[in-house]
Design a protein around this ligand. Sequence first.
Ligand SMILES: Cc1cc2nc3c(=O)[nH]c(=O)nc-3n(C[C@H](O)[C@H](O)[C@H](O)COP(=O)(O)OP(=O)(O)OC[C@H]3O[C@@H](n4cnc5c(N)ncnc54)[C@H](O)[C@@H]3O)c2cc1C
Length: 538
Amino acid sequence: MQSSFQHDVLIIGSGAAGLSVALNLPKHVKVAVLSKGALPSGSTLYAQGGIAAVLNDTEGDADTLESHIQDTLIAGVGLCHQDAVEFTVKHGKESIEWLISQGVDFTREDASTYHLTKEGGHSHRRVIHAADATGHEVSSSLCDKAIAADNIEIFENRVAIDLITHKKLFLPGNRCVGAYVLNDSSSEVELFRARFVVIATGGASKAYLYTSNPDGASGDGIAMAWRSGCRVANMEFNQFHPTCLYHPLAKSFLVTEAVRGEGGRLLLPDGQRFMHRFDKREELAPRDVVARAIDHEMKRLGADNLYLDISHKPAEFVKQHFPTIYERCLEFGIDITKQPIPVVPAAHYTCGGVITDKRGRSDVNQLYVVGEAAFTGLHGANRMASNSLLECLVYGRSAAQDIMSKLEDIPRPPEAPLWDASQVTDSDEDVVISHNWDELRRFMWDYVGIVRTNKRLQRAKHRIDVLHQEIVDFYSNYKVTNDLLELRNLMTIADLIICSAIQRKESRGLHYTLDYPEQLSVARDTILTPTNFSARDW
Ligand SMILES: Cc1cc2nc3c(=O)[nH]c(=O)nc-3n(C[C@H](O)[C@H](O)[C@H](O)COP(=O)(O)OP(=O)(O)OC[C@H]3O[C@@H](n4cnc5c(N)ncnc54)[C@H](O)[C@@H]3O)c2cc1C
């Protein structure tokens, strides 16, 4: 017997965005929160730096809303939507106050003031943080509150497969009424119905071979929304962090930019420095310039990785300034006080996503998208550091308010059929999944990565078209598993990124192509619209 659930609001994702929606809904609203793994999960858990908001607007180095807005617009290279930037920045302070009311313990200057740091692109100290583990603190406080809330039911190890809409039920209108969800513990597919559905599934950086994101950042929500008829925008803007530890066992470990700030040198495999050939600021050039330079040298030399060396500094200095990196590298046999750190750039943040308005509403009625999965217009062509958690909080709250204002008017969801697995069998060749996973992420890295060309993009498009058929066949014939679902979603995401990148005939922000190195005079979003649905897609 398959399980079936009904709630007022179904929230897919338990990061900062999903839990912000859940905890901003009043106690009489019955909420379900799904998480792919354990409740604390997603990129939120890994966020280090902090959250940007104008908090210090009274003292000497007084920050202003206007300054935060301007910094964000400059970082976004002409593509930010001014209204979205203003909306986000203006709600910054109240979002931080809300987090504090939820028990988040930010690092303090003294008893009455919080410590604020300054990050790249910000002209003032405005990043509030909890030491160097802000995401962990935010996540654990919000998870504690969600667990304690009587109206919130938590479902762990649940992988949403696809949304259920009126269209798919052959009913009039296009309303979202639930989702089919794989219970990864029992392998059963469950039916979740709700009056409102919120996608808060995070980004899609797993589309690339190297990523700073945790497992699960496979763009599931973006792909599901796309299959349900939502438009997506600006998927070509993928932010890459320049230095991630390169080691077969070290998944997603970032080597902070502060290492370069403290004199760390980037080296080729033969020990030579190279940054002077790319920028007069050398290792202190901005993140995207450094990432491009590393990528260029790796491609030129066919090298698997380059090196970041801080071993010329006194060992005590290194250990004192970078205790976590020192410890972590030592676990892999690398003593950073004596030898260089092998590094590669890594996909870090998905600037594009499902098009939403200021209340998180998508193109499908009663379907909201918040957090990294959404495209609100805030980030433009390049995300400014620490604006992303802020976006999760601001839009999480406004989505909850919008849902509340409509709750009485939206009827209970209609009946929907249970998942039909009668035509599929257990897979006999899982190598098809692992091979295609690997192939997809590798060609995305090589052809659709930090530096693009028309030829590379066409090669990638050809590859994804071939993979598409193979993966759809596999999906149609075999029982769903988490790996298969992620692969299917990554295929959609890769296609969206490639098609968006092909459409942009200029270099702007994070999208850099050798064939169009100039920036066009008019900045336009790349908007993709789903035109047809494959029968099996639901
Ligand atoms: C290493 C690192 C450092 C960062 N540092 C900062 C920083 O200092 N400041 C900042 O502002 N931003 C930072 N970011 C970015 C920021 O952390 C993310 O943009 C933000 O946390 C995204 O939150 P989210 O709620 O949208 O998604 P996530 O936190 O990624 O959560 C996604 C949730 O969706 C669930 N999920 C996904 N797919 C499914 C599915 N199919 N079914 C069910 N559940 C699903 C996951 O289990 C998870 O619970 C950093 C990111 C990384 C990776």
